[in-house]
Each structure stands twice: as C-alpha cells, then as structure tokens.
Ligand binder design. Structure first.
Ligand code: FE2
Ligand code: FE2
Length: 181
C-alpha cells in the first residue's frame, strides 16, 4: 500500500519504544525517510532537482543504507520465523537494490525518468514504515533475549555509521533544510 504523507513532519525518534539493539537501525530509518521524501518531491520538479535528489540518495546508499540492508538480513532474519515477514523484507530489499543499482549505473538516465525517481522514493518510504510498524515490532516482541545478545553488533553499527547514533537538539530544519519548500 502506498502512503503519501510527504507533507507531514518527519518523526525525529522512532514512534514506538525500541529495543536497545534495534535503536541504531531505527535511527538510520530517519535518514532513509529524508532521502525518500527528497526523491518523491523531486519526481515532480525539474530534472536538475532530480539530479540532486539522486546524488543525495546515492551518497546515503553507499555510506549507510546498503550496509543497513545487509545488517538487517544478517542479524534479524535468523530470528524471524514468519515466512511472510522474511519474504517481504527480502523482496523489498531486492527491489530497492535493483532501483539503486539503476541509479548508480545510469544516473543521467535515472534523473530523466521521473517515474523511476518516484518509485524509488515511494518504495523506500513504504519499506521503512513497514519495518518500524511491523517487522521491528515483531522482532522485539518475540525475541528480546536474542536481540540483547546482539548488543555488540549494535555498538559496532553505531561506531561505524554516523546516522545510527543518537542525535540531540536536532530539528527537522537541521536534518532537512529544504523541508519547508
Ligand atoms: Fe530494510
Ligand atoms: Fe531498515
């Protein structure tokens, strides 16, 4: 299901109480939502705006999102018994990797394709929302001890990816200067 809440303020912290091990990944979702919104907004603007949005996404993809996907699959999938949840996560990651690869391989062509930019933004947004509302909720409800055993993995993520660290005194305007435009 596609939600279009691009005019809603972004949440600065996960909306629901998060297990400590999941908090770095949840904080990275904030950065992912910023990229998703930038892409969805740029889809309806001019080509130069789409070039900027794709550049921003690819920076985030290389520095954070790609490894975030790998970590979710490596750390969390082994805990989940539901094939529905497992398959959805794998399917959506594969879809988003395919779209990201298209942007990496042919950034000029991608910037000319407003529907591609929109699709990437919508799918990234919907994936993150689903993880926060369903996937992470299920993992922390059913497997708190197994998550606690992964504390060192969470610490490693925090030490290597700045977007996974707790941020203080951060406003939407700080995180996304063009939020009001
Ligand atoms: Fe994911
Ligand atoms: Fe995620």
């Amino acid at each position: 299901m596609v939600h279009d809440d691009s005019n809603q303020p972004l949440p600065l912290t996960p909306p629901l109480k998060r297990h400590a091990t999941l908090q770095p990944l949840s904080r990275e979702h904030m950065g992912g939502l910023i990229q998703a919104r930038s892409l969805r907004q740029a889809a309806d603007l001019d080509r130069a705006s789409r070039v900027l949005a794709i550049d921003g996404f690819l920076d985030a993809w290389r520095s954070e999102i790609r490894a975030h996907f790998d970590d979710e699959e490596r750390l969390l999938l082994p805990l989940v018994r539901s094939s529905t949840l497992r398959n959805r996560l794998l399917h959506e990651h594969a879809d988003l990797r395919r779209l990201a690869e298209r942007c990496e391989r042919e950034p000029e062509a991608a910037a000319s394709d407003k529907e591609l930019v929109r699709e990437l933004g919508v799918k990234l947004h919907d994936h993150i929302r689903w993880e926060e509302r369903e996937f992470f909720e299920t993992v922390q409800r059913d497997h708190p001890e197994e998550l606690a055993a992964l504390a060192s993995e969470a610490a490693f993520i925090e030490s290597h990816r700045p977007g996974s660290r707790a941020r203080h005194n951060l406003s939407v305007d700080d995180a996304m200067p063009e939020a009001g435009k």
